[in-house]
Structure formats: structure tokens, C-alpha cells
Design a binder for this molecule. Structure first.
Ligand code: HEM
Length: 133
């Protein structure tokens, strides 16, 4: 039984890491330069935008203003509002969004978390190294 659980955990973790890795790779290779120019926000600043008429989310350390998207969201506006002003990465991933949905994010991008509050993104120094090479 213990072995079955261990196998399950290993499988989930391998899949998750592969997914994260591919997402990170795609982002850093295509957007390293743009990221340097993004406005930086703290989670505290993001948390002030939690209203229907002013709704920001954090997904993979990037900050999105989804106010204009709320009533267009195919999954409904309430589920997005549950994450308003917060890190919505796990909720976004948990809903198994398609690649189209991931691509749509770009339209709402307004910034990136300050370096000390990032979880998924390389540091500014690492990004600079990547864009130099
Ligand atoms: C800017 C952020 C978001 C974008 C661009 C977005 C986009 C989409 C799109 C395009 C779909 C249609 C299915 C697909 O193509 O995957 C969808 C469905 C869905 N989204 Fe989002 N989404 C966002 C945020 C969220 C968040 C934060 C949640 C929170 C859990 C969420 C939950 C869902 C759910 C549950 C569905 C499925 C609806 C159904 O079963 O019909 N979405 N989203």
C-alpha cells in the first residue's frame, strides 16, 4: 500500500515538474527581455485589486489585470473572483486550462512580482544572463 502511494506521489511530481519545466522554458526563452521591462508589484499591492471593477491575479509570478475579462471567462466570473488579488497559479493549473487559455493570458499582463516574492521565475540576474547569451 505504502509503495502504491509512493508511486502515485512520484508520478504526480514527475508530471508536475515536466509541466512546470516546459512552461518555464517557453516563457524564459521567448520573454526574457520583455520581463526586464515589466513593472514590478508586491503581493500586497496586488491584493488591493480584488473588486469586480478592478481585479488582478498572479499566475506564475506574473501579474494580470483581468477586470475586462471577468464576464468573458468561459468558467464564469465567480471562480476568477475567488482568486481576485491573489496568487491564482494553483487554481489556474487545477482547472486544466488549454494552451489557448494559457496564450490568452498575455493580453492581460501588466507586470511581474518583485524578485523576493517570485516562486517560479528565474532571478533578475539569471534573466540578464539568458538575454546576454
Ligand atoms: C486570466 C486568467 C484566465 C484565463 C485567460 C482563463 C481562460 C479560460 C478559458 C479559455 C477557458 C475555456 C476552456 C479552455 O480553453 O481551457 C476557461 C475555462 C475555465 N476556467 Fe479559466 N481562465 C482564467 C482564470 C481562471 C481562474 C483563476 C480559474 C480558477 C479556478 C479558472 C477556472 C476555470 C474553469 C473551472 C474552467 C472550465 C469551465 C467549464 O468547465 O466549462 N480560470 N478559462
Amino acid at each position: 500500500m505504502l509503495e502504491t502511494i509512493q508511486n502515485f506521489v512520484n508520478n504526480v511530481s514527475t508530471t508536475t515538474n515536466a509541466w512546470l519545466h516546459s512552461t518555464q522554458e517557453a516563457k524564459t526563452s521567448s520573454s526574457a527581455l520583455c520581463w526586464k521591462n515589466l513593472t514590478q508589484y508586491t503581493l500586497s499591492e496586488v491584493s488591493e485589486h480584488f473588486m469586480y471593477n478592478d481585479c488582478w491575479l498572479v499566475i506564475y509570478d506574473l501579474v494580470y489585470n483581468v477586470t475586462d475579462f471577468l464576464n468573458e471567462h468561459p468558467g464564469g466570473e465567480y471562480i476568477v473572483m475567488e482568486n481576485a488579488g491573489r496568487d491564482a497559479t494553483l487554481a489556474f493549473r487545477g482547472s486544466r486550462h488549454s494552451k489557448d487559455a494559457v496564450d490568452m493570458l498575455d493580453k492581460y499582463l501588466i507586470g511581474i512580482l518583485v524578485e523576493s516574492e517570485r516562486i517560479y521565475t528565474p532571478t533578475d540576474d539569471e534573466l540578464a544572463l539568458q538575454s546576454d547569451s
